[in-house]
Design a protein around this ligand. Sequence first.
Ligand code: UDX
Length: 440
Amino acid sequence: MNKLNIGIVGAGYVGLATGAVLAKFQNDVIFIDISLERIKSILSGRTPIYELGLNECLNYGLKKGYISAFTDIQQVDRNLDFVFICVQTPVTKDNTPDLRYIKNAAKSIGTFLKRQRKYAVVVVKSTILPLTTERTILPILEKYSDKKAGKAFGLCMNPEFLSEGSAVQDTLNPDRIIIGQYDNRSGSSLLNLYRNIKCPKLRVDLRTAETIKYASNVYLATKISYTNEIANICEKIGIDTIDVMKGVGLDKRISPYYLEAGCGFGGSCLPKDLKSFIKLAKSHRYEPRLLESVSTINESQPLRIIELLNSALKDMKGKKVCVLGVAFKPDTDDIRDSKAIPIIKALIERRANVMVYDPKAMRNFKVLKLNIEFAKNIEEALRNADACIIQTAWSEIKKLRPQNFKLMRNKIIIDGRRALNKNDFTDAKIIYRAIGLGRR
Ligand code: UDX
């Protein structure tokens, strides 16, 4: 089989992971991103984002000569077999999708296809609401290429299910691959591209593929809000949610995943996709009551941290409160919709002096320009602190033992992610409170 030429438009988490893995399978991968900084960074072998294993994968592709990168697809000097659309699809303030980037990507791909003589398949990976591929992307591609889909080019909607922090692993070993196809030829071509990836592959139409993505993400969101609600009830009745969920997760129908209580789900996908799907349902005059509750629980969950802190430290004014972890989850530098943001804002409102520490995400967090201090390491964050909040369960934070907290002035620990082992904290000199941990 000849090497395939694959264009990846949008070099964010999804684009980089997809491209790096396709290069690993010995395809020629061309990244296209409007950010020159990003392109330079890719070509110099430094991934523009922190993602476990991505640097190694990218450097393998660069060394073998499989990877190139441009700021504009019109600079690509060869025919492409596939063009992946991996640009971001943010939402506006009222939760309607902002299709600016995806429309621009479709326009430039259409213009590129106009001069291409060979059949190519355009693959949409960005998350978009049902019907967007058919009603928005397809007409733009046809208009700008002056060609008809199905004849000159194919079209697929291939949702991405990777999680940040394990993007490369998830792309190499996915649970399933969903191929939404415009026609049979498009779907068969994409199926062939993924032949080396062993997992169930499901072929559906474009709008079903788009809906599978949303239905999956809102299910995960629902499971987490369910978990957090059970955790809040466990606190009230004096039991530990971890023990409860261990028992619940043994049921194969439920599974042990996404049963970890915490201060809420963040990130670039779950909160945004949930809100967009609610809005979509409403636009079809359906009231999604379950999903509304999932969202409400998630908005209030970070404030449980403040309640827990308040139960141990009544007046926060002038007190040093350190927040360990600002990334929305471990192994990523991403702070989008991180629950550290509402927690820290609530602390600032209560006039606490906030100092944060995160092994990877502080650079991104500084951009928010909150009135807080940044610690060089955990020790600096803990030194003379009156309370410590754990917001991200980074492995170095999970390793903390009671002796590490000796640096604090008041030994109050609020564990927002159940990162520590409660049995280590039985010493009466340390106050250890945690989400879902009831006190008898
Ligand atoms: C998610 C989906 O998992 C992925 O399939 C989709 O493609 C994109 O959205 P991601 O945003 O990387 O991926 O995060 P995920 O690992 O799902 O975690 C989301 C949030 O939920 C994090 O804030 C995490 O801390 C929280 N979470 C997760 C919990 O609070 N409890 C859990 O049990 C699991």
